[in-house]
Design a protein around this ligand. Structure first.
Ligand code: C2E
Ligand code: CA
Ligand code: CA
Length: 619
């Protein structure tokens, strides 16, 4: 009301004859619409009258609004917009165009859009773009453009034709954004997915891609391709003892050394851990591959140095070689076979290379079959514990025995533990089997007490793996207690390597076994890394001198000297010595003269089934 009063006030006060204004009216059905009102003051028969002409201007309002909106979108868009006419003249640009390209209106109006082209596309590209635009009315895609300062940048471009009703001449509208940042991010993501962050080498994924491409090339060109599977030797030891930071440095340096041995066009990838691969496409002959493999091995055998440490550290590498298409049909098989060839190289003593041979595949299959059979061995009662006497060297009296596992395979006959223990370890079956052996042993010890009236301790071999999961079955000491047997009825045979492990879990377990009175013997002494300080630290009871020393003790001076030295050292540390694999009277005499305490071997008896062993005890 007030609004209207104010509006018409000039008419009332005779200041004006006529006013016009726009306002919103309401229809009877309550919808609103824009009107233009013309109010006029007239005189009729001496009186003042007002006439009002009201025009519905809703339609006009709508067009005006949408035009204003279009303009503000055009002005405020973050996308650059450029309008050109049919004869390739720039007619208009928006502010974003200036922001992105650096060109102002006055630089471009009336000129050809070629000024923002980069030289990264050829004539054919623009021709095709133009044809698509004519055919389909629009074109979109990635394109390289040039800024006013000459820099080239990637853009995402949308072009369309706007038909012009008035002069039948079409306009072209180009809208584009600078996608430099997006492209950079995409590249980072791509690199993260395809490269190993530590060494910057391609990872397994990119290796697969490249290998796939190279294999296709082999079909086209007929040339061969070699795949090298490179695994560092003893890296785990270094990593465990020196820490992961140094381990990482060794991996980085290894990556550098391996890369230095191949051509730039060859792909070196890191598969993870200490495993690398090299793809050598289009090689000339096997000599060339062998040269590269040997070079890698030699280079990796050179000492590694760390800042502030003048000591050199040594690793080496084992390499498996496969040739495509000779050795495999697809990527997976090729990689698997290279891996197998590498394992063979390790088995043959490490720091060497080895070609894949189909016989390896057969061996691997046999291994798999044997592992499967082993799963059933326990439940089918195919396993049996044998006992080998351990005698007092002076008196010849049986003082202990060693429990040695035997497997009566239904098809293969007797399978030696040398063949199946490592499979049991690889498959994890060692836990179950180890616990079963222990249970057999303590049951037998109990039985022998009844026969002889005394406890005859048994040495039980315990795989390092059995220490890693403590929770398997009830603990040994608990089981001994249940049968009312003292801890020292069992001597646990472990290998030297176990003592070197820095794992607190293993330390704790060893100590708790010791606390329960179980004795500890170091098996195969002299063959691994010996760390004398550990013998004292863990309060070891026995050392078993490895069979390889005893075997040559008569003819090999150094083995003889070493054996004597081991016995003397053991005694100085309060440890007893057991000689393993004593086969002759001469060996026995010599060992006795060295002061060795105990012996086991074929001279006395091989490992025997429990009943036969019992017969020896009651004799
Ligand atoms: P080991 O602990 O070094 O066992 C000694 C091996 O030497 C046994 O081989 C034994 O039969 C053999 N041997 C004993 N005296 C002589 C001899 O005078 N001359 C010769 N040439 N050999 C002799 P076996 O029974 O084949 O066992 C091989 C390996 O399998 C064992 O080596 C041990 O490391 C492992 N093993 C056996 N039973 C078990 C078990 O229950 N658990 C675990 N974890 N490993 C076991
Ligand atoms: Ca043993
Ligand atoms: Ca041994």
């Amino acid at each position: 009301k007030e609004y209207f009063q104010n509006l018409v006030e000039p008419l009332h006060s005779n200041r004006m004859e006529k006013i016009e204004f726009e306002t919103i009216h309401q229809r009877k059905n309550k919808t609103t619409y824009w009107v233009e009102v013309h109010l006029q003051k007239n005189t009729y028969q001496g009186k003042s009258v007002f006439t009002a002409i009201i025009l519905d201007i809703s339609e006009r309002k709508r067009t005006e609004e949408s035009r204003a909106m279009a303009l503000s979108i055009y002005e405020s868009s973050t996308e650059a917009i450029m309008v050109t006419n049919g004869i390739h003249h720039i007619m208009d640009i928006n502010p974003a165009f200036t922001r992105i390209t650096g060109f102002k209106r006055k630089d471009v109006i009336g000129r050809t859009p070629k000024m923002i082209y980069s030289d990264r596309h050829d004539e054919a590209f623009y021709k095709e773009q133009w044809e698509t635009l004519q055919d389909q009315g629009h074109w979109q895609g990635e394109i390289w453009k040039r800024r006013k300062d000459g820099t080239i940048y990637p853009a995402w471009l949308n072009m369309s034709i706007i038909p012009n009703r008035d002069d039948k001449r079409s306009r072209y509208i180009s809208q584009f954004t600078d996608i430099t940042e997006k492209k950079r991010k995409d590249e980072v993501i791509w690199a993260q997915a395809n490269y190993d962050a530590l060494t910057n080498l391609p990872n397994r994924r990119l290796l697969h891609d490249r290998l796939g491409l190279e294999m296709k090339k082999v079909h086209r060109t007929g040339s061969g391709l070699a795949l090298l599977f490179i695994d560092l030797d003893h890296f785990k030891e270094i990593n465990d003892t020196m820490g992961h930071a140094k381990g990482d440095l060794i991996l980085i340096e290894s990556a550098r050394r391996i890369s230095a041995c191949v051509r730039d066009s060859d792909t070196i990838a890191r598969l993870g851990g200490d495993e690398f691969t090299a793809i050598i496409p289009e090689f000339e002959d096997k000599k060339q591959i062998e040269r590269i493999a040997q070079q890698i091995i030699n280079y990796l055998s050179q000492p590694f140095y760390f800042k502030g440490d003048e000591n050199g550290y040594y690793i080496s590498a084992s390499i498996g070689i496969t040739i495509y298409p000779d050795d495999a049909e697809n990527i997976e098989e090729l990689l698997k076979n290279a891996d197998q060839a590498m394992y063979q190289a390790k088995a043959e003593g490490r720091q060497r290379y080895n070609y894949f041979a189909h016989s390896m595949q057969l061996k691997a299959r046999e291994k798999l079959k044997l592992t499967q059979d082993m799963r059933g061995a326990l439940s089918n009662q195919e396993l049996e514990v044998y006992y080998q006497p351990i005698v007092n060297l002076k008196t010849g009296e049986i003082v202990k025995s060693e429990a040695l596992l035997r497997w009566a395979h239904p098809v293969l006959g007797w399978v030696s533990p040398g063949q199946f223990i490592h499979l049991a370890e690889e498959s994890g079956l060692i836990h179950e089997i180890g616990e079963w052996v222990f249970l057999q042993v303590i049951t037998h010890i109990k039985k022998w007490i009844g026969l002889t009236g005394r406890i005859l301790p048994v040495c039980v071999n315990k795989s390092p793996l059995q220490f890693e999961s403590e929770s398997h079955g009830s603990t040994w000491s608990e089981q001994l207690e249940k049968l009312d047997l003292p801890g020292n009825s069992i001597t646990m045979e472990i290998t030297e390597g176990l003592l070197l492990k820095e794992s607190p879990n293993i330390k704790r377990l060893l100590m708790s076994l010791r606390d329960s009175g179980i004795e500890v013997s170091i098996d195969d002494f002299g063959t691994g890394f010996s760390a004398l300080s550990y013998l004292k630290k863990f309060d070891i009871d026995y050392i078993k001198i490895d069979r390889s020393f005893i075997r040559k003790i008569m003819e090999d001076d150094s083995d003889r000297v070493l054996t004597e030295a081991i016995i003397v050292m053991a005694h100085k540390l309060g440890i007893k010595a057991i000689a393993e694999g004593v086969e002759t009277e001469a060996q026995r005499k010599l060992l006795l003269s060295f002061g060795c305490d105990f012996a086991q071997g074929f001279l006395y008896a091989p490992a025997l089934p429990a009943e036969k062993f019992e017969a020896l005890l009651v004799k």
